[in-house]
Ligand binder design. Structure first.
Ligand code: FES
Length: 284
């Protein structure tokens, strides 16, 4: 169910480095319709001379009872600077929830969440939903990576859900020095999860998918993409599917969450630059 809203901001504040959190009063209808892994197209009204076109943001958290929706975003350009300049009481325009989220039909009991940088954004909504549904029966672990300490987001949220949290930073200032794939790969050797849910830069997703496939563990990945329409009309968010190089899927309509085996993640990582740091920021 896609809903269009003008929603009041209830809170908008920095959380770490250039990362901000915005809470919006979207109403109980949009909050109830949202599923983990889905996204909303967001626009700043009255953008002035350089209007802020709608852009996709993962749904970070939902409060169904109060009709609240949270976005986690990094201030990286004109649009997100405009977002950060907005205060409680001002409004944003939203369309959503959009896309296909994480598939959680089975009652998984042992799940590994792997996040790089802003990739924690949709995984928090997923983790909170699964804990609410399965409570103590769920044994889940979170692996969170970043370039430096301030890139490590939401570790306290996962820990507060009684999850073991392993962190890695490229500069070694917190957790293991290096990529988050290392503690993830080590951990699953001795305790194999039933499902891996990952979100982060393409290079990280490709590595997580390979490690999971080698261990015969199904893996779902949330892919981010530039999007113009968010509803499958402009074809601007195409990604190559695996197997058939001439067949494309559309992140907004077919995803943004895919089985890792569906997408040519190596090709996606290469197209984002071979030198991309595995824990660089998630666009927002
Ligand atoms: Fe337009 Fe996906 S954003 S088709």
């Amino acid at each position: 169910m896609m809903i269009q809203k003008t929603a009041a901001i209830t809170e908008n504040r920095p959380v770490s480095g250039a990362c901000w959190k915005m809470t919006l009063a979207v109403g109980t209808d949009m909050a109830a319709a949202a599923r983990p892994g889905q996204f909303v197209m967001v626009r700043v009204p009255d953008g002035g001379l350089k209007p802020f076109l709608s852009r996709p943001f993962s749904i970070h958290r939902i409060n169904k009872e109060r009709g609240l929706l949270e976005l986690l975003y990094r201030v990286v350009g004109h649009g997100t600077r405009q977002m950060a300049s907005r205060c409680a009481g001002q409004t944003m325009e939203l369309v959503g929830p959009l896309g296909n989220g994480f598939r959680i039909e089975q009652p998984f009991k042992n799940i590994a969440f792997v996040a790089g940088g802003m990739g924690v954004a949709p995984l928090v909504f997923l983790a909170e939903t699964l804990v609410a549904e399965h409570g103590g029966a769920l044994r889940a672990r979170a692996f969170i990576g970043g370039a430096c300490g301030e890139d490590l987001l939401c570790c306290d949220v996962f820990a507060g859900l009684n999850m073991d949290v392993a962190v890695a930073t490229e500069d070694g200032c917190a957790g293991c020095r290096g990529f988050v794939t290392q503690p993830f790969e080590n951990a699953i050797k001795t305790d194999s999860p039933e499902m891996v849910m990952a979100c982060g830069p393409p290079a990280m997703l490709a590595a997580v998918a390979k490690i999971s496939a080698a261990a015969d563990i199904p893996c779902q990945v949330s892919i981010e993409s530039l999007m113009a329409c968010g509803i499958g009309a402009c074809l601007g968010c195409a990604v190559k599917s695996s197997g058939n190089a001439n067949y494309y899927k559309h992140v907004c309509k077919d995803g943004p969450v895919f089985a890792a085996s569906e997408i040519d993640l190596d090709g996606l990582a290469a197209s984002h630059g071979a030198g991309q740091r595995a824990f660089s920021v998630r666009k927002s």
